[in-house]
Structure formats: structure tokens, C-alpha cells
Design a protein around this ligand. Structure first.
Ligand code: FAQ
Length: 312
């Protein structure tokens, strides 16, 4: 019976039909989606921290207002994604517990510090840029609520990417010190941005099955290559240099060749030993505990409303 169900399910996927919350799905598909979507949600929310750190220090009121809106958007993305994960039959509490207990991951990039204003430019340009490349592809993911969430998120991310690039462009056209600051931010964020796409396809535990189920539509290496190809011209345009001596156009492949990522560093960061892992999780736990009274008040208010409705 179950084999038959699985075949029907795979046929629907192959026919590009979207899978919706109440449809039958293999348990492993459901678990894989909860894993990926919740990690994506955690990334959006933890990702508010490096940029949130600069809201009070943005150089102008204009930049401050933009950054404030951007960080708020990231929080909103987290909420869409938690909601999408919840349609798979898991509660928000369980998802947050998994994050706090280290059972769920979040993107490695957010364990690096944002130490200068140029880092806010580099995050918008490169981190949001990498996120868009990945998420544009995920707009075609097989699970309906995730795909629809991605469409909306991508629209907002492209504004984020442009605000980051604009900061970098302004600094690169400024004084020698400002240009140096922009180059330094690019130097520090380039390689961690490439790591966002995950391990090489040959090392990726989930890719083969996720591609078959069309949860992922392009592989880690394909998306990373796309990001490199688009970023080289963007760096050249503003006179910055990508910190990779092996970066070279390959006429035959029609793509840039680039150097090897430091996979030991990646492994360390996802194992919890990056520069800011402890700080990020400690902050998240504290914010979650500080907000407990708001959640309790909302539940209690909802109960009262329901009781009144039932009494009337
Ligand atoms: N960091 O078998 P694969 C953003 C883990 S949103 C940490 O290749 P998969 C917006 C992976 O989870 C950024 N862990 O895994 C923003 C797995 O571990 P597990 C987030 C990583 O899932 C901007 C193991 O390694 N975007 O930035 C990473 O098939 C600015 C084996 O890997 C998404 O989450 C990593 N970089 O492919 C917000 C997009 N890479 O779970 C604020 C959705 C891999 O077995 C400010 N996710 N791992 O314990 C995806 O597309 C996929 O999950 C991948 C990984 C491509 C990330």
C-alpha cells in the first residue's frame, strides 16, 4: 500500500504538481522539509543579529531607516517560514527547542561578526545576494507553502541586496580609507558567503534525495557557481577585488573557475565553533525568555475571548 502511495506521490512530483499540507507524503519527505524549512527560518531570525548590531550606529538617518526596515523584513521571513514548517505538523515551540538544544542548524554565515559599517554593505550585497540565488531556485520547490513563501521573500531580498551593494558602491567611490574598508569587508565575507551554499554535491548528505523530490531544484555547486559568476562583474563595476587568486574565466565551461573553500573552517562553524556561535544562541535564548510573557499574555487573552464567545 505504502509503496503504491510513494509511486503516486513521485508521479505527482515528476508532473510538477505542488504537494499541499493535507496531501499524503512519505514520512521522510515531511521530516526533510521540516529540517530544511526550519533551518531556513532560524537563519532568517538569527541573521537579524549581525545587522541589528548596526542600527544605532548607521552613518545617516536615511541608512538607519533602511537598515531598520531590512532587519524587520528578515524577522518577517522567519515568521513566514516557521508558519510553512508548522503546516507539516510540528509546533513553533518544538522548532525553537531544536534550535536552542543544537539539534537544528542555521546558516553558517551568521556566526561571523559585523565589525565595520562596510560589513553591512557586504552582508546585503553578498549574503542576501547568495540567499536570493538559492531562494529563486526554491520558488519552484515541490512543497506548496514553501514555494509560495519563497516568492514573497525573494521580492524583499532583492531590495536588500541592492541596499547592500549601494553601501559598497558609495564606500568604494569615497576616500581611500572608505574604499579600504569596503575591500576589507569583501575580503572577510567572500569565502563565508560561498560556504552558504553548503558542501560540494559529492559531500552533500541530502542533495540526491532532495533533488529527486524536487525540494531542491538545483544543487549546492550549481547555485554556488551562479553566485560566483554574477558577483565577479558586480565587484569589477565598483573597483573591488574578489579575494581569490585562482579566480579565472574559463572560456570552455562558460563560467569562472574559483579556488577551494576552507572546508575545515566550514565544519568548525557548523559544529558550533565559529567566531560568534555562542553569542548568537545565547542572545536568541535570552530574547526568547524575555518575550515569554508576551506569548503567555496572548494565549491567555485568546482563551478569554473564546470563553466570552462561548458564553454569549
Ligand atoms: N550553514 O546535505 P546538505 C538568508 C548543513 S537565508 C549551516 O547539502 P541541504 C537571508 C545542512 O543543514 C540563509 N549548515 O544539506 C538573510 C546539513 O545538516 P543537517 C539560509 C549547513 O539541506 C540575509 C549538512 O550541512 N538559507 O541568508 C550549511 O540539502 C541576511 C549537509 O548539507 C537557507 O536555509 C550552511 N551554509 O543543503 C537573513 C535556504 N550548508 O541538517 C538575514 C534553504 C549545509 O543534516 C540577513 N536551505 N549545512 O544537520 C537550503 O537550500 C539547503 O538547506 C542548503 C543545504 C543549500 C543550505
Amino acid at each position: 500500500m505504502s509503496e503504491q502511495h510513494e509511486q503516486i506521490f513521485q508521479n505527482r512530483i515528476d508532473a510538477e504538481e505542488k504537494i499541499e499540507p493535507k496531501d499524503w507524503m512519505p514520512e521522510a519527505y515531511r521530516r526533510n522539509l521540516i529540517r530544511q524549512i526550519s533551518q531556513h527560518a532560524h537563519s532568517e531570525v538569527i541573521g537579524m543579529q549581525p545587522e541589528g548590531n548596526w542600527i544605532t550606529r548607521a552613518p545617516t538617518l536615511h541608512r538607519k531607516a533602511i537598515l531598520l526596515a531590512k532587519v524587520q523584513d528578515e524577522g518577517g521571513h522567519g515568521l513566514y517560514l516557521y508558519s510553512a514548517a508548522e503546516t507539516l505538523g510540528i509546533s513553533r515551540e518544538e522548532l525553537i527547542d531544536a534550535l536552542h538544544e543544537g539539534r537544528a542548524k542555521y546558516a553558517s554565515i551568521f556566526n561571523y561578526p559585523a565589525i565595520t559599517w562596510a560589513d553591512i554593505g557586504a552582508i546585503g550585497w553578498l549574503v542576501d545576494g547568495a540567499a536570493i540565488v538559492n531562494q529563486v531556485s526554491l520558488q519552484r520547490t515541490s512543497y506548496g507553502p514553501y514555494a509560495r513563501g519563497m516568492v514573497r521573500i525573494c521580492k524583499e531580498e532583492s531590495f536588500h541586496q541592492r541596499q547592500g551593494y549601494h553601501i559598497m558602491m558609495t564606500l568604494a567611490r569615497g576616500s581611500a580609507d572608505q574604499k579600504h574598508m569596503a575591500q576589507d569587508a569583501l575580503n572577510r565575507f567572500w569565502w563565508p558567503a560561498l560556504m552558504m551554499f553548503g558542501p560540494h554535491d559529492s559531500e552533500s548528505a541530502h542533495s540526491a534525495q532532495s533533488m529527486k523530490w524536487k525540494v531542491k531544484r538545483q544543487t549546492n555547486d550549481e547555485l554556488r557557481q551562479k553566485f560566483v559568476d554574477q558577483s565577479v562583474a558586480q565587484a569589477e563595476e565598483i573597483g573591488l577585488t574578489i579575494p581569490d587568486p585562482d579566480l579565472i574565466w574559463n572560456e570552455k565551461r562558460g563560467h569562472y573557475d574559483f579556488g577551494e573553500i576552507d572546508w575545515d573552517e566550514f565544519a568548525q562553524v557548523i559544529a558550533g565553533n565559529g567566531p560568534c556561535n555562542r553569542q548568537r544562541l545565547t542572545h536568541h535564548r535570552r530574547a526568547h525568555e524575555d518575550g515569554a510573557w508576551v506569548r503567555e499574555a496572548m494565549v491567555s487573552y485568546q482563551k478569554k475571548v473564546q470563553q466570552r464567545r462561548e458564553a454569549a
